[in-house]
Design a protein around this ligand. Structure first.
Ligand SMILES: Cc1cc2nc3c(=O)[nH]c(=O)nc-3n(C[C@H](O)[C@H](O)[C@H](O)COP(=O)(O)OP(=O)(O)OC[C@H]3O[C@@H](n4cnc5c(N)ncnc54)[C@H](O)[C@@H]3O)c2cc1C
Length: 532
């Protein structure tokens, strides 16, 4: 099928995504002509405004970037890129000061100092928060600091469908705008900031925009992807039939709430009295096992938080009330859900992908800073730090990069979708298979079965978004099948231990219709203190 563009636009840079990463990039490109595309309204788009707990940074007394780096590496399953961790933790405090200067209102103590929370696996209090709606405050401050409309044009409700390449260089993007028009955005540089892939799973805390579109766009353009098998599952999402599932912050367990089954027995009883504070993946697998054994699982906040819940955790309280649950009187039904993607488009320390003209920032990118598991509250920070780096790198590149030459009369050729296909049914099958076979507990047989079905679906003439979803599903399942060990958030029931020979990253690149898989050894963590 051939489709004619209804408009052609030219900008210096197209930024796809307006969460913390896309906004940070766009802010750093002041003075350039920027087209900023997002599927949702500015300030309400993506996972960023949903972030509750906070944003980490070594800004407190007695803390240092080196300590923050050490904590980040400790949870990362020995596979993080120490240089990326050093950059994240070293540049974080400066980015946070800028955010405060922009007007971000973080909670403060009685003396007026930032009220820093200490979250699980952080050795110091270092998490800035704005009640339990930190992401919304960060996005509000960033959105209000965007350059004016004469240089930055925001397209709300626009969906990027395909990157445009000329030779080996990315030269723009084809997007469907809110009014349905197909528009060709030509640019000297394109930045992907499309967020994560949680919505590729049937059970997720992520908004529907977070379904890995950016991974599929990059893949079809020929980019290399990394660490795709590492998906973090949050243990406590509200299990009341909503899609996505509202997140019940870890801070509730930090405040003493316990996980129980339908008979009020502690779900993690064997793991001791502090079981609720074990790492996310351990708690999530404990719940998964209980659910698999036919139990129902609940978070009981009555004893530990009780009547204080609405004041201390208003977001969690409201979510419960919306679903007819009063957590002051009854336990909250909970279950694990896909939450965060450590993997993504392979980028260097400045966010450059393997393709000329294409950068990536935020959750869609894989800087290597999270390794096999993310330290809580490091992802908003990553969007800020690497978003700023990408802007700097793009500015530098534009000094030399000429405008791409492209035949503007070109047509978009899209595979003709089979009218008999029901996109909703296809997507719900992909999401179910991802959850059941490519989720918290994986095995060779389950992964092979899912892959066989994804391969078959990829052969069909799917509607565009479903085609992207199946691409993402195939790639994550391929990486998960290849990693014959358990490490970080990736757990294989047939290989339940970490294998030192697998201290390698998996890189996937397109090879015609095939997937080329390579592995790369991880450098020994350098003396982080030295670089921090
Ligand atoms: C419920 C919840 C709570 C969280 N709590 C925390 C926390 O406390 N601390 C923390 O550090 N992290 C937290 N996270 C993770 C964090 O929110 C994300 O990792 C981070 O916000 C990702 O930012 P981003 O800019 O990369 O992507 P997003 O904020 O997801 O933004 C992606 C943008 O890309 C756009 N987009 C996607 N596809 C397309 C397309 N095809 N065309 C055009 N635009 C597109 C979207 O519309 C959106 O504008 C939480 C996540 C969730 C879901």
């Amino acid at each position: 099928m051939k489709v004619r563009f209804e408009a052609v636009r030219e900008a210096d840079v197209v930024v796809i995504g307006a969460g913390v990463a896309g906004l940070s990039v766009a802010r750093g490109l002041a003075g350039l002509r920027v087209d900023l595309l997002a599927r949702g309204p500015l300030g309400q788009s993506g996972s960023s405004p949903w972030a509750q707990g906070g944003i980490a940074g070594a800004v407190g007394a007695g803390d240092s970037p080196a300590l923050h780096a050490r904590d980040t590496l400790a949870v990362a399953g020995e596979i993080a890129d120490a240089a990326a961790v050093a950059r994240l933790t070293r540049e974080g405090p400066e980015r946070l000061s800028e955010l405060v200067a922009l007007g971000a209102r973080f909670d403060r103590d009685a003396s007026g100092a930032l009220d820093l929370a200490r979250e699980a696996a952080h050795s110091r209090p270092r998490v800035l928060h704005a009640r339990d709606a930190t992401g919304a405050e960060v996005v509000r401050a960033l959105s209000s600091s965007l350059p004016g409309p004469e240089r930055t044009t925001v397209f709300e409700g626009a969906r990027a469908l395909e990157l445009v390449t000329t030779g080996a260089r990315v030269a723009g993007v084809i997007a469907q705008h809110a009014d349905g028009a197909l528009v060709l955005h030509l640019a000297r540089a394109v930045v992907l900031a499309t967020g994560g892939l949680g919505h590729a799973y049937a059970r997720t805390t992520n908004p529907s925009e977070a379904r890995g579109d950016g991974l599929a766009l990059a893949w079809r353009a020929g980019a290399r992807l990394a660490d795709l098998e590492f998906v973090q599952f949050h243990p406590t999402a509200l299990d009341a039939g909503a899609d996505p599932m509202p997140l019940l912050t870890e801070a509730l367990r930090g405040a003493g709430a316990v996980l129980i089954d339908e008979q009020c027995r502690r779900v993690l009883a064997d793991a001791g009295s502090n079981a609720e504070l074990l790492p996310r993946d351990v708690v999530a697998r404990g719940l998964w096992a209980a659910l698999g054994a036919g139990h129902r699982t609940f978070l009981d906040t009555r004893g530990a938080v009780g009547e204080a819940l609405p004041g201390r955790f208003p977001t969690a309280f409201e979510a419960c009330r919306r679903h007819g649950i009063d957590p002051r009187r009854e336990p909250i039904p909970v279950a694990p859900a896909a939450h965060y993607h450590m993997g993504g488009v392979d980028v260097d320390l400045d966010g450059r992908t393997s393709l000329d003209g294409l950068w990536a920032a935020g959750e869609v990118a894989c800087t290597g800073a999270h390794g096999a598991n993310r330290l809580a509250s490091n992802s908003l920070l990553e969007g800020l730090v690497f978003g700023e780096r990408v802007a700097e790198s793009v500015r530098e590149a534009l000094r030399h990069l000429p405008a791409p030459s492209l035949d503007r009369s070109e047509w978009l050729t899209a595979p003709d979708a089979d009218p008999a296909q029901d996109p909703a049914a296809v997507e719900s099958e992909i999401r179910r298979l991802m959850w059941e076979n490519v989720g918290l507990v994986r095995s060779r047989d389950g992964l092979r079965a899912a892959l066989a079905r994804f391969d078959a679906l990829a052969e069909q003439r799917l509607h565009g978004p479903s085609r992207s979803l199946v691409t993402v599903a195939r790639l994550v399942a391929t990486a998960a099948l290849a990693r014959t060990e358990s490490r970080g958030a990736h757990f294989r029931s047939d290989h339940p231990a970490a294998d030192p020979s697998w201290r390698r990253r998996i890189l996937l690149s397109p090879d015609g219709p095939d997937i080329r898989l390579e592995t790369e050894a991880v450098a020994e963590p350098e003396a982080v203190e030295a670089c921090a």
